[in-house]
Design a protein around this ligand. Structure first.
Ligand code: CA
Length: 469
């Protein structure tokens, strides 16, 4: 699409959705009764009563984000005035060029021109806390405060592989033969993700291994900055790319590739990205932290209403955020995916979800999910019992992992914020606050299950892994 056409369609789209968004906002202002999880309740003027107990210590914070749908709760909380409404009018959102910059700016902190926290893949906050991915292995304690979304990611495959049955179930598609052939031709199947040893690499590794393909020996895995991925796929130097919307859909629409699968097909309602902040900032500003959480929760309730998603696409598409024609975002946000090879998905339950996903509360940071990310890190040797503490055995490693999770995961602050928000005028109900910090047993598309009470059994059940269990 030409830049000129892009601009025209953007302007036209904003003109129409802008009106729709204002109508929605006006409706909220006229004092319609709250409909939790139902119709839009956004309001730019409705005030929240701040008492001395709930007045933030500061009105500003600097949050980093990456322009993918995971960042939507932060952008919507700012643009619809939710941060302001809960007492934080000076929240600054800083777009990051890459996940590496996000990590570096977290280490620098806002005092040094970096950020106080923001959006993270998992388990970045735990790895930063332990000094495992920071410069000079400096330990920067972080708190995980909320999950931003579940689902909304996928794996795109280069068009040259059309018709080869490379889909969700690689075993059924008999892909091992194709991958082996490429390997023997010295052009191994090359799959990319945007940052190593976090979500996107986990999704591609899980998918390959479930199909009988060893991600460490049968293919080549490389980190590639998101901005380069479309170009790399076009020049055919890359066979697959694992990332968040809108990138997989963009690749499909540009006909450079097709979608092999959505991560929601692989693991329904899977945990995705999180809001975390430096612990020093939270410890100094406990009330401001809760105000931020209340605004993010309100944005998540708003985003979860599909009637608001076209308006969300218009806001996210703005030049200072994603800089994309909203039509590229609209379909993915509505659960519409052109999978290529004539296959289409039109299923809202497969879209990115922000508040309710059929399994629990999306925003609540279940500790059982932190444990899965750490268990998966052990599976592939990203973490070893030794790097997870001084111990050498798996049971000791899990004991240490649980201590680390208890230190980093602050679901207690999330719960306090949610309870306070209920008393102050939240757009959700008490029933939305989970009773347990475990979401229970998780089941994947290949029948494998993860019981957070017994992560060793999960590792034992996996056929392809690096760790000896
Ligand atoms: Ca993601």
């Amino acid at each position: 699409m030409s830049e000129f056409f892009n601009q025209i369609s953007r302007r036209r789209f904003l003109a129409t959705t802008g009106a729709a968004a204002s109508a929605v906002l006006l409706k909220g202002c006229l004092g319609n009764p709250p409909e939790p999880g139902g119709a839009a309740q956004a309001s730019l003027v409705e005030g929240i009563k701040l008492t001395p107990e709930t007045t933030p210590e500061t009105t500003s914070v600097n949050l980093g984000y990456i322009p993918i749908v995971e960042a939507a709760p932060l952008i919507i909380a700012k643009e619809l005035g939710f941060f302001k409404r809960w007492g934080m009018p000076n929240v600054k959102l800083s777009k990051q060029a890459s996940w590496g910059s996000m990590r570096d700016n977290t280490e620098i902190g806002s005092a040094g021109g970096g950020v106080d926290g923001g959006q993270y893949q998992m388990p970045m906050p735990h790895l930063i806390t332990e000094g495992l991915i920071t410069k000079n292995n400096q330990k920067i304690p972080m708190y995980l405060l909320a999950q931003l979304n579940t689902q909304g990611n996928g794996i795109a495959i280069a068009s040259k592989h059309q018709g080869k049955n490379i889909g969700l179930d690689l075993a059924k598609g008999n892909s091992k033969g194709i991958f082996d052939q490429l390997k023997s031709n010295k052009t191994p199947f090359t799959a990319a993700f945007t940052f190593a040893k976090v979500n996107q690499e986990f999704w591609i590794r899980y998918w390959l291994a479930a199909g009988g393909i060893n991600p460490d020996t049968d293919v080549k895995l490389i980190p590639v900055p998101a901005a380069q991925t479309v170009a790399n796929m076009r020049t055919e130097t890359m066979d697959a790319f694992s990332t968040g919307d809108p990138w997989p859909a963009l690749i499909a629409r540009e006909k450079i590739g097709y979608l092999a699968m959505l991560t929601g097909q692989m693991w329904k309602a899977h945990p995705e990205e999180y809001l975390a902040l430096r612990a020093d900032w939270v410890d100094k500003h406990p009330k401001a932290t809760k105000a931020l959480l209340k605004a993010v929760m309100e944005a998540q309730v708003w985003l979860d209403n599909f009637a608001n998603r076209d308006a969300a696409a218009a806001i996210l598409g703005r030049r200072n955020y994603f800089n994309l024609t909203p039509t590229f975002l609209r379909d993915a946000l509505q659960g519409k995916y052109d999978m290529g090879e004539g296959q289409k998905i039109d299923d809202k339950s497969m879209a990115v979800l922000y508040w309710k996903d059929g399994r629990g509360n999306v925003s609540y940071p279940y500790k059982s999910h932190d444990l899965w990310f750490i268990t998966e890190s052990l599976r592939w040797g990203f973490l070893t019992p030794e790097t997870l503490g001084a111990s050498k055995t798996l049971p000791e490693a899990f004991t240490y992992a649980k201590q680390l999770i208890d230190k980093v995961n602050r679901e207690d602050i999330w719960k306090q914020a949610a309870q306070e928000a209920l008393a102050q005028g939240a757009t959700f109900t008490a029933a939305d606050i989970p009773a347990s910090t475990s979401r229970g047993v998780e089941t994947f598309f290949d029948g494998v299950s993860f019981d957070p009470e017994n992560p060793t059994a999960y590792l034992q059940s996996l056929k392809i892994k690096k760790i000896a269990v």
